[in-house]
Write a protein that binds this ligand. Structure first.
Ligand SMILES: [Zn+2]
Ligand SMILES: [Zn+2]
Length: 159
């Protein structure tokens, strides 16, 4: 069987016996972002995801390496605007050859969750919102006088 003909199951649960019979497997698939809707916190969302997998059969284990690529729409923690960001994550696992199934969905969702860091910013230089008038300071300089450090300003930026 040719590697490229392999139909990746949509639930990403692979049968170990199939992998062993094929003496390993290399495959790739585009995944439906819909299946990963609940991974990121609102209002962030995954726009596209693709997955590359390599299974190699060892004596007692199957070594699986995976690469997950795609794009997500995230809300900037400073200016609250949405921006699209590409992501790339890798993972590796070595389930025992006796295991009935290899659950890649779990690995994929864990890797995807990493794409949303705690405080995404649209760009390092994002100036955020004015703590006085609330205008997006990337778009215009409102000219408000802000105190150099105000705990209230920081709180206001926390959405
Ligand atoms: Zn921003
Ligand atoms: Zn202002």
């Amino acid at each position: 069987m040719s590697y490229t003909d392999y139909d990746v199951p949509s639930d990403l649960i692979f049968k170990t016996a199939d992998i062993v019979r094929m003496k390993g497997l290399q495959c790739s698939a585009k995944l439906a972002p819909k299946n990963f809707e609940n991974i990121l916190s609102e209002p962030n969302k995954i726009l596209k995801v693709s997955l590359k997998l390599n299974f190699s059969v060892g004596q007692k284990e199957i070594l699986v390496t995976g690469e997950i690529d795609g794009a997500a729409r995230l809300r900037c923690g400073r200016c609250l605007e949405f921006f699209d960001a590409p992501f790339h994550e890798e993972f590796e696992l070595a389930p025992p050859i006796k295991a009935e199934i290899i659950d890649i969905m779990y690995e994929a969702t864990t890797a995807l969750a990493l794409t949303e860091n705690i405080a995404p910013v649209c760009k390092e230089t994002c100036k955020g919102l004015c703590a006085v008038c609330g205008k997006n300071k990337n778009e215009q300089n409102c000219g408000c006088k802000e105190e150099a450090f105000s705990p209230f300003a920081a709180l206001k930026n926390l959405k």
